[in-house]
Design a protein. Structure first.
Length: 165
């Protein structure tokens, strides 16, 4: 059994001086949502063994912020295939995670993340920025993820976390 956490990057900004989508940073709300979601993970004892992230600036800031706030000793793995990835690319990158990794967090972008969640568990949902999905996968190795069927454990968004804390 593997646990897969899927998170969309936190809310980003569109500064006029940044011409590339890849280089867009987090905005003020996004910067506040990262530690909020990290506290949620800590409270549920779901600390990822590995964080796999898109290298886009907003995803990088999200994943590095989570790693710092979760006080994880593992370095974040950045994979070019995760930038605006399809479900197939998300699965291919995740399939390369080490065998000993029981819980992985993938940080990326829509629409690929929403489509991937639907493929993995049949659940169609809207994944807002910094939204987090937790799936249990009946696989023993990450290289089996292409054919995996998962069970949705929970889905939470920063707005809800903010409302109850």
């Amino acid at each position: 059994m593997k646990t897969l956490l899927i998170m969309r990057h936190a809310k980003s900004d569109y500064p006029a001086q940044i011409a590339s989508d890849f280089d867009r940073p987090l905005n003020k709300r996004g910067t506040k949502d990262v530690p909020r979601m990290a506290r949620t993970l800590s409270a549920t004892m779901l600390i990822p063994d590995q964080i796999l992230s898109s290298p886009a600036r907003r995803a990088r800031q999200t994943s590095e912020g989570l790693a710092t706030d979760l006080d994880t000793s593992k370095a974040v793995l950045f994979d070019e295939r995760l930038y605006l990835a399809t479900p197939q690319n998300l699965a291919a990158a995740t399939a390369e995670l080490p065998e000993g990794c029981a819980t992985a967090l993938v940080v990326g972008h829509n629409p690929g993340l929403e489509e991937w969640v639907q493929q993995l568990c049949g659940c169609r949902l809207h994944l807002p920025t910094a939204g987090l999905v937790v799936l249990h996968l009946d696989i023993s190795s990450w290289d089996q993820i292409q054919a995996a069927r998962g069970q949705l454990q929970w889905f939470i968004i920063p707005r809800l976390v903010k409302a109850v804390t």
